[in-house]
Design a protein around this ligand. Sequence first.
Ligand code: UTP
Ligand code: MG
Length: 634
Amino acid sequence: MLRKQKLQEADFTRPGTEDVWEDVITDRFLIRMLARFVTPYWKQLLLTFLLLLGVSAMSLSLPYLIKQAIDGPITEAVTSGAENPDLSGLIPYGIAYFLAVATLFGLRFSHTYLLQTVGQNALADLRQTLFQHILRQDMAFFNKTPVGQLVARLSNDIDALTELLSTSIVMVVSNSITLVGIIVVMFAINWRLALIALSVMPFMVSATIYFRRRIRRASNRFHRIVAEYLAYINEQFNGMLVVQLFGRQEASRAEFERINRQYRDVHMKIRDYYTVYASILQILTSVGLGIVLYGGGQGVLAQWATIGTLIAFIDYMRRSFEPILQLSEQVAQIQTALSAGERIARMLRIEPQIVDPPQPKHITDLQRSVTFEHVTFSYEPGHPVLRDINLHIPAGQHVAIVGATGAGKTSLAGLLTRFYDVDEGRVLIDGVDIRELPLAELRQYVSVVPQNPYCFNGTIADNLRLFDPSVTYEQMVEAARVAAADKFIERLPGGYDFMLLPGGANLSQGQRQLLALARALIHSPRSILVLDEATSNIDTETEELIQEGLARVLRGRTSLIIAHRLSTVRDADRILVMQRGQIVEDGTHETLLRANGLYARLYRRQFAQLRLDERYNTSEVSQATEGTAQRREV
Ligand code: UTP
Ligand code: MG
């Protein structure tokens, strides 16, 4: 079931996403897109085309030279009846043949070289554009687009286009030119023999049409299976922990086997079609050759053809077989490439919803007050997760947000950085609607330490500096100290040069959070700080250290701290309690306790739990005052 859904996503048909994805790409749009990346290289392309004409002309001249040699000096020598016939007349033909072959080689080499250069450059441009385009997208895009799909766009699909630009189109053009050239030359040399030679052509064309259809269908299917294959392995590897924990290896293996079998079968089917098709073409060519030999033989006897013509025709027929076979192969490849191009074009058409305003405002004197005015927000239309939020946080206030899982705390914080836009109402910083601020500026004003911070492949220092060399070592160490990350970093082998595994797999969750906190302190030293459960995985002792460090950093700085552990919020200037998308309580620790509402209940429950724990763990429980008990909470 899960996998099915993934698959559909890969085809952009997941329910609820149609509005964004379901976008019919017309051929015109596709061609315009391709043209956009190729036109900068039009001069080189024109040159490759001219070279191509040269290649065709040269290769057509070879059989003709042989014919001339046979019908000229060789026939003369044979018919002269002399004892030692003079064959020196052949020398010019030999030289011409050699020159033609050498020129052909030179032309073909330059043509291929130039074409590869153009193709690779155009595709490098496309790759760059696509990557930059994806970088611009908003969170909604990344939430509904599986990573595997983005990877496929940037790898497989671009590769398919590489084929198209650097081989397929050119092959089609050059093969068509060659084919037409061969037919024209054959008629020019001997129209009767040309007609005989072409008698098998209708059969070849019929076979081509017949197989092309089947091959195209099979390759479309192949493409779907590849998408399924990629989506499946991607999902399984990402979910390896669950697979192994729940012993799902056998199910994984069986499912993989099914997809793998399909993959193999459709591959073999395509191969089969090609083999049969190629054999049929070969048979038809042989039949054609037989007919030409017979008819041409009659012609030689009846004197409407020469031996040289006959030999040249055999050569031309052999040469015509190649382009036909290749043409049909190219058609399938072009088909694949076009659908890849279509997927890329579709992705390039997706415009992020969250963009810089056309006429951005700027905050000149940053105070860092935050206001939510009648804010309603939903991820899925019709299912609001935040409802009519009204909130004013004066500059410098430390606000804590608590509430049950799924209450909307992270969503509320996300709105502040415009990861999403509100459905209704406004979010303001210093009285300016954040939608009127440039995004880059806004994200300088607000920094978020997310619930699941990400670590990049690199050292601890890289991750703290975010690969920004302008961050000094002292700044980095100071931030780590404030975030209480310095202790654990110094214990790691290599300290700040400790190499992280992908995703920071060789750090604990809590260590990753400390790192993220230090990172935020480095990069947005004066921003409004949002900590999303940033200390939920951290032991009480470290947490106390952070609290002390933060107290210093946060002085005068607006902050929103989302927490489950109420011990972390006690000292906040103000505590907001969220429930099902609304702020249901708002006040200080004391006032909320006195109000005896949800917060008081949550607090008493955590406190009771704490006392229970302490009774088991220590003997001093009876003396534990509320305050110290809070600090020891685990
Ligand atoms: P939140 O992620 O805002 O909840 O999701 P929270 O309060 O921070 O919860 P915890 O404490 O971290 O667990 C609020 C609602 O929004 C939905 C969720 O289903 C949840 O009910 N949601 C969240 C989405 O629909 N899409 C998302 O991308 C994220
Ligand atoms: Mg959350």
